[in-house]
Design a binder for this molecule. Structure first.
Ligand code: GDP
Ligand code: GDP
Length: 493
């Protein structure tokens, strides 16, 4: 029984918002007089039909095209009726052969119409064979038109449907282009097919965009900012990284010039050192012209891809907390601005020897803990212990910086993310199934830093705790420690 309009379920994809060019295409096929034009007219209603010509050796053949409206579905519909009227000779196979060109290439679905009043004809079988041979990639739905004429309670329709099975296109749906009978069934049949098509399209589109951007991004050099309070060893570290004495190193606080700009290579990758050295020296200490310079340094920090925050191991060993107010502020600012973060604990050489073992272990233990506490929004911030003065830990540090940069640039394929999503959604247990959020689709819209969008059905908001759960799972499952990933939610278009 056809359902009333009001009962029609709403499609998960909002087809009204899809650009007409991207809508799926449905072609109406069938032998002459089955009612193709009638169905076409019903689907496009009073909308403009676009008639275009297919110039041919002898005749001009018309295929009408329009935007079909069926409930909340929208699709491009092609009426192939013009073909038979234009060609007077030849079998239906010859005539429809013209469809194999551009029209068929851009058609994803077909409605194969038969006339239930006339019964199954040899020409119907011919059309079926033609479809199988030439349109194997086109998903075809069989429909018995003019069903209102046999609507006697169902007996005859069931017999006709059984007969139509020989065509090999499954169960036919009974419709009437004239009265609108069976349009709800047509909707129910088309909806999941068109929905899947659109989601797949969106998927392919993002993958294409991902590929294009990725190759561009891979050419970009890594911009590294080394930040920290005076005397923690930033200049020394810079020299160690550069392996040359380019920066003036001295014991007095504030000696570092803030105009240092350097570039070096590590394992084939260019690394730019963005100058931020002056920032913490000046922060809050000077007023007037100097604050301009503070702003400048801060802008530099935000230009960086990876921020390396340097702490002094000896200071940490002698105090209870490892990060001072300014250091916490800069670390927070870095992640809020979406920079990758690496923490460097310098001067580890001062904690060598048996007498320092307790202090040494305390530092190694305390720093990651404290970072977790002060920057809870980013999990797994890498901590590297080095001695800049002795050049110890240079390679592990650079490995960590490059690794953080690569994660920061990471683009996860949509298909992989959606496999992950299904797994992770089943991992979370729901006391009340009704409150379980329905995320239809998950995709990464941007890198540097990785930014994800969860597409959900309807207007329900994902709760903060669920967003935290998803973010945490993303970081854990894709090894994104130290990366301030972003997660947004949208309603499926
Ligand atoms: P086409 O050649 O396949 O495009 O068929 P048309 O749309 O031109 O229709 C052929 C004939 O069938 C016309 O006389 C239509 O009025 C009639 N027709 C189309 N749909 C229906 C229907 O659902 N019920 C009835 N009873 N007649 C229909
Ligand atoms: P900046 O102000 O952060 O640039 O710090 P500097 O690089 O100027 O270093 C301040 C002082 O700490 C200098 O006397 C350095 O020699 C010393 N220093 C830097 N790195 C280390 C290290 O790894 N071990 C030790 N023992 N001293 C260091």
């Amino acid at each position: 029984k056809p359902r009333s309009k009001g009962n029609r379920k709403k499609s998960a994809v909002d087809f009204t918002k899809v650009d007409a060019k991207l809508l799926p295409t449905v072609m109406i096929v069938g032998r002459p007089n089955v009612g193709k034009s009638a169905l076409f007219n019903r689907l496009i209603r009073r909308r403009e039909a676009l008639v275009y010509n297919t110039p041919d050796d002898h005749v001009t053949r018309d295929i009408r095209e329009g935007i079909a409206k069926l409930g909340d579905l929208r699709f491009r519909v092609l009426d192939s009726a013009g073909l038979e009227t234009a060609a007077s000779s030849g079998s239906i196979l010859d005539r429809t052969a013209d469809l194999t060109g551009s029209v068929l290439a851009r058609t994803q679905f077909a409605i194969f119409l038969i006339d239930v009043r006339a019964g199954l004809q040899p020409l119907d079988v011919e059309v079926g064979n033609w479809l199988r041979k030439n349109a194997s990639g086109v998903r075809t739905i069989l429909a018995m038109n003019k069903s209102e004429s046999l609507d006697d309670g169902g007996g005859l329709l069931i017999a006709e449907a059984a007969e139509a099975h020989v065509l090999g296109f499954g169960d036919p749906i009974a419709i009437s282009a004239e009265t609108g009978l069976g349009m709800a069934e047509l909707y129910e049949t088309l909806c999941p097919l068109l929905e899947d098509y659109m989601l797949q399209q969106m998927n392919d589109q993002t993958i294409e965009e991902e590929k294009a951007v990725e190759t561009e991004e891979n050419k970009l050099p890594l911009q590294l900012a080394i930040v920290g309070r005076p005397n923690v060893g930033k200049s020394t570290l810079l020299n160690t990284l550069l392996r040359e004495k380019r920066v003036l190193v001295g014991p007095e606080a504030g000696l570092t010039r803030d105009s240092v700009r350097a570039q070096f290579n590590f394992e084939g990758r260019t690394i730019y050192l963005v100058d931020t050295a002056g920032w913490l020296q000046r922060c809050g200490q000077e007023k007037g012209p100097a604050s301009l310079s503070v702003m400048q340094s801060r802008k530099n920090l935000m230009r960086a891809n990876v921020v390396a925050l340097v702490l002094d191991a000896e200071e940490i060993a002698n105090k209870r907390c490892s990060m001072k107010h300014a250091e916490v502020a800069i670390a927070r600012q870095a992640v809020e601005e979406g920079r990758g973060l690496v923490v460097i604990v310098n001067k580890m050489d001062l904690l060598r020897g048996k007498q320092n073992m307790v202090l040494h272990d305390r530092v190694i233990d305390a720093v990651p803990k404290e970072i977790r506490a002060v920057i809870p929004q980013v999990t797994g911030v890498p901590v590297v212990f080095v001695s800049a003065l002795e050049g110890e830990g240079r390679i592990p540090l650079l490995d960590q910086i490059v690794d953080t940069y690569e994660k920061w640039c990471l683009r996860l394929p949509t298909a992989r993310l959606n496999r992950w999503l299904r797994k992770v959604m089943s991992r979370h247990s729901w006391k009340d199934q009704a409150t379980k959020p329905k995320i239809k689709y998950f995709t990464q819209v941007k890198a540097r830093p990785p930014t994800f969008v969860a597409f959900k059905n309807g207007d329900t908001q994902l709760s903060d705790s669920y967003v935290r759960f998803l973010t945490k799972s993303l970081v854990e499952d894709f090894n994104l420690g130290g990366i301030p990933i972003r997660l947004m939610q949208r309603t499926v278009p």
